[in-house]
Design a protein. Structure first.
Length: 253
């Protein structure tokens, strides 16, 4: 099987899928998102897009596309179908790496690409050659093209002798950014778990908290042993200190 990877292919684990009924442009965007990432990080990126948590960044093919606050105001969307196809190919590559004696969790996506392969011309059936519409009454039906795509994924360990300098530099740069993004995702998940309350709900919660605190204080008082009455009076009335006698005599003189 020929792959478009133009570096040394030894010890590179490949997997591919052909004739996919999906947009090759969206597949290329998904491949750009996981390239030079570690395999666990790439799986997390694809799962976040499939679940609708994080959109993909579209650096191209983004005309009339909306900006996303998750991407800092840059353009993007959720290519769920293409993300599923790329994830399936990535899982196959991980299985191939395991069969060859590698640990997929310690490998990186050094190659990910998508290309258009086949264009199938489609035309309406014989009984629907003409469709109604327009002032003339009949408009001839037009042909349409069905485009198929191909996806390639290659995994490798971080061996500077086998990879180019650009690959090693980008892999290390992305590895530094990945932990920060995980921390940010955890913070966002915590914020999503806490529901936003209105003013009236906050007041009711504060009242309930005060009631619970009072109940807890009453329970603690009941649990403490009762003190005798004499000790309570001694604690309530402070003892008067008598002045020395010599000082009293001097005052009388």
């Amino acid at each position: 099987m020929q792959y478009s990877y133009n570096q040394d292919k030894r010890d590179i684990v490949f997997a591919n899928a052909q004739n996919l009924n999906a947009s090759f442009k969206d597949l290329g965007i998904v491949c750009d998102a996981i390239r030079y990432k570690s395999v666990p990080n790439a799986i997390d990126t694809l799962d976040a897009t499939i679940s609708g948590v994080m959109p993909m960044l579209y650096r191209k093919h983004n005309k009339h596309m909306g900006a996303r606050h998750e991407l800092g105001g840059r353009k993007g969307r959720w290519p769920i179908k293409c993300a599923k196809e790329v994830r399936r190919v990535l899982v196959n590559a991980m299985a191939n790496a395991t069969n060859k004696g590698f640990d997929p969790d310690l490998m990186y996506v050094v190659h990910a690409s998508a290309n258009k392969t086949l264009i199938a011309q489609r035309r309406p059936s014989k009984g629907a050659l003409f469709v109604t519409g327009g002032p003339s009454g009949y408009v001839s039906a037009r042909m349409s093209n069905l485009e198929f795509a191909r996806v390639e994924v290659g995994l490798s360990t971080l061996d500077e002798k086998k990879l180019s300098n650009t690959m090693v530099r980008r892999i290390k740069a992305i590895a530094k950014i990945a932990p920060k993004r995980k921390v940010e995702q955890k913070k966002e998940a915590k914020k999503e778990k806490k529901p936003l309350l209105q003013k009236g709900e906050k007041r009711e919660e504060k009242k309930e908290e005060k009631k619970e605190e009072k109940k807890a204080a009453i329970v603690l008082e009941k649990q403490q042993p009762a003190q005798p009455v004499a000790e309570k009076k001694e604690q309530a009335q402070p003892v008067k200190q008598e002045a020395p006698k010599a000082a009293v005599v001097e005052e009388k003189k």
